[in-house]
Ligand binder design. Sequence first.
Ligand SMILES: [Zn+2]
Ligand SMILES: [Zn+2]
Length: 235
Amino acid sequence: MMKAAPWPVTALFLVSLGLNLWIAGMPDWRWIPAALVAWYVADALSGLTHMFMDYRPCTPGVGLKRLYFYEGSRESADYLALRESVWKKIGPFEKLVYDFKNHHPRPEALGRRSMLVQIGSTIIFVALPASLVLNLGAWLADAPGWMTFGAVILIIGGTFAQYFHGTLHREDNPAIVRWMRATVLLMTPRAHQIHHDTLARDFATNNGWSNPLINRLFNLAIRRRWLTEAGLIPQ
Ligand SMILES: [Zn+2]
Ligand SMILES: [Zn+2]
């Protein structure tokens, strides 16, 4: 259902990010706090997106409920045909919304996808456009280097959000992921398990730094009934 971005798109994205770093110029001490703030904001964006997608109701009556509660083998021809017929009725956004809900009963599926598949749609719809806008903005406005660098870190944190989430659901991760966990730049599977145990807190999945803030927002959204529990499961 999800695909990697076509390689020219990924290549253009890398060139555009490189151009941003070149525009940013010579590093100085301000790049460090800028990067840390950006890493926090990327985490908060992962949390806000996750919270919204978990609780936004799926479109009823298109078969998503049957798909979600399917009892037989998910490799059977029957299941695959059902899935195919449902996919034909909904757009990419609805698929993504379903994907977030489907992640709760079947979390390992996310970890099985390759990195390029996990980050493909984020690159196409968010990261590449953001990086191109930054190219233009940073160059035209002659933005300070630390600001451009912070924006690059934010784009990178956002791009890899789904990949980082996937690493929380698999054992064999590259050394850099293990190192980033040890330095709290990424969160641990144990910390993420709190989300899966409750579905009502700790939505941020990059490093969890923003979870205290997102949890407050979530409680407010539930109290005001902007979000309701019925949205968690396809009806
Ligand atoms: Zn969730
Ligand atoms: Zn998860």
